[in-house]
Design a protein around this ligand. Structure first.
Ligand code: ZN
Length: 206
């Protein structure tokens, strides 16, 4: 008996019965690597039903990935995209010819932002997972794009955000509490990812 047949034999009935809704609950799509050390749900503090998860060697933005992200947003209501790369990635090494993790991640995010088939590209985050420590940090996000004119006067180093904006307690980016994305207005954080990241960090310290 092959491995797949043995796995199918052990699929439990409750697992099949608990079929999740087709629309991800957090309106999120995650692109990551097929590396077995990467558990994207655990890394981001998500449940299975929260997000679409796309995986390939290196977590690279192929035409197939762009098509899937387009379907994810157009038909299944997702708005935010996370590209989760990791340290020591063999897939990235093989496919991007030894390109280092951070430049490859930035390029992946840029490719998504340039993909006009994907309707919503204002919340694309590039996160890097350190497979040795399990820590995730944001390498590139909306702040890396040319600043919005209204935000240009208060960069990350500004002590006081201009009136009418908030400063994210995690990434220190200014954000408008009345943003289009419903995930932006989650209290002190500019988005759901920052809220999750802060919660994870808090958990790690206690
Ligand atoms: Zn990898």
């Amino acid at each position: 008996m092959g491995l797949t047949e043995r796995l199918l034999d052990t699929v439990s009935e409750p697992a099949l019965a608990a079929e999740p809704a087709a629309r991800p609950r957090r309106a999120l799509a995650v692109l990551t690597c097929m590396d077995p050390r990467v558990d994207p749900l655990a890394a981001l503090g998500l449940r299975r039903e929260d997000a679409h998860v796309l995986r390939n060697a290196g977590g690279m933005v192929t035409s197939d990935v762009i098509e899937s992200l387009s379907v994810s947003q157009r038909m299944l209501g997702t708005r935010e995209i996370v590209v989760l790369h990791h340290t020591g990635c063999a897939g990235l090494g093989a496919r991007a010819h030894g390109r280092r993790a951070e430049p490859a991640l930035r390029e992946a995010v840029r490719t998504i932002i340039a993909a006009r088939r994907i309707p919503h590209r204002d919340q694309v985050h590039g996160l890097l997972l350190d497979t040795a420590t399990g820590r995730v940090r944001e390498v590139t996000g909306p702040a890396a794009q040319p600043p919005h004119p209204a935000a240009a006067t208060h960069g990350p180093g500004a002590a006081h955000p201009v009136p009418g904006t908030h400063q994210c307690a995690w990434c220190h980016r200014p954000f408008a509490p009345t943003g289009r994305s419903r995930w932006r207005h989650s209290g002190a954080y500019c988005g759901d990812l920052c809220r999750l990241a802060a919660r994870r960090a808090k958990g790690a310290h206690h």
